[in-house]
Design a protein around this ligand. Structure first.
Ligand code: ZN
Ligand code: ZN
Length: 250
């Protein structure tokens, strides 16, 4: 758990991150880890002095199981609204699933790091279904009326409704899986796209980097990997270079 700025914490669970933004007695929670991260998640809230019931909203970057593992728990047990982009709402409900299949993982199983990651993901509840019964779309465009006043930034590709969240006052950008800083299945260092197999639409994910680089941000809080300090424009350039002009199909 890293305090990034006063009131803003990046927490790393079982390979996946969530962010707590505290303002007074209330907090905004961005993502919720794997299903089996629940105890860690509750402990992280407790560490910043927040009860689950003082979570003003769960904002989800996207509805993969390593990000929404406890969203329904907080909604159903503590009345916390769960907000997502309109295009991600049906994904969060599991009207459909855009997540890498076990078969596709196995097809990539000879790549370095993939099998250990897959075993870890299974143990973390990665294949357990945790749909959100009543996810809500953002009430209006622009900043959300919750602690930190985060601004959702639609960055489709990893999933159709993926959103980053920008905190303009602090220069913080929560990038989710649109731009990560490390992953157990990746040999790369620093800001990067996830390996191709994880994206619903990789070309669109690559194109969404252009949306991120327009933002005024110099602290990146990714869905996977450590905090990255440096201008988002340079981080995006780095990720594009790593991705190559036309990465081979995998
Ligand atoms: Zn994801
Ligand atoms: Zn993820």
């Amino acid at each position: 758990m890293v305090q990034v700025e006063a009131g803003v914490h990046l927490v790393t669970g079982r390979n996946t991150n969530w962010v707590i933004v505290r303002e007074g007695d209330a907090v905004t929670l961005v993502d919720t880890g794997y299903p089996r991260d629940r105890e860690l998640l509750l402990a992280s809230l407790d560490a910043v002095g927040a009860a689950p019931s003082s979570v003003a909203a769960v904002l989800i970057t996207h509805a993969h199981s390593d990000h929404i593992g406890s969203a329904e728990f907080l909604r159903a047990e503590h009345g916390v609204p769960v907000l997502a982009h309109r295009a991600e709402v049906p994904h969060a409900r599991r009207d459909f699933l855009h997540q890498i299949s076990v078969g596709r993982v196995l097809a990539n199983g000879l790549r370095p790091g993939v099998l250990p990651w897959a075993v870890h993901a299974l143990r973390s509840g990665g294949t357990r279904e945790t749909p959100v019964a009543e996810p809500r779309e953002f009430p209006s465009p622009g900043p959300l009326d919750v602690p930190g006043r985060p601004v959702p930034v639609h960055t489709p590709g990893h999933t159709d409704g993926h959103c980053a969240y920008h905190l303009p006052h602090t220069g913080i950008l929560i990038t989710g899986d649109a731009l990560v800083c490390a992953h157990p299945t990746s040999p790369l260092h620093g800001p990067q796209l996830l390996p191709d197999m994880f994206h619903h639409d990789r070309a669109r994910a690559l194109a969404s980097l252009a949306t991120l680089e327009e933002l005024d941000a110099d602290v990146l809080l990714p869905g996977h990997g450590p905090v990255h300090r440096g201008a988002v424009r340079a981080a995006v350039r780095h990720a594009r270079e790593q991705a190559g002009p036309a990465a081979p199909a995998r």
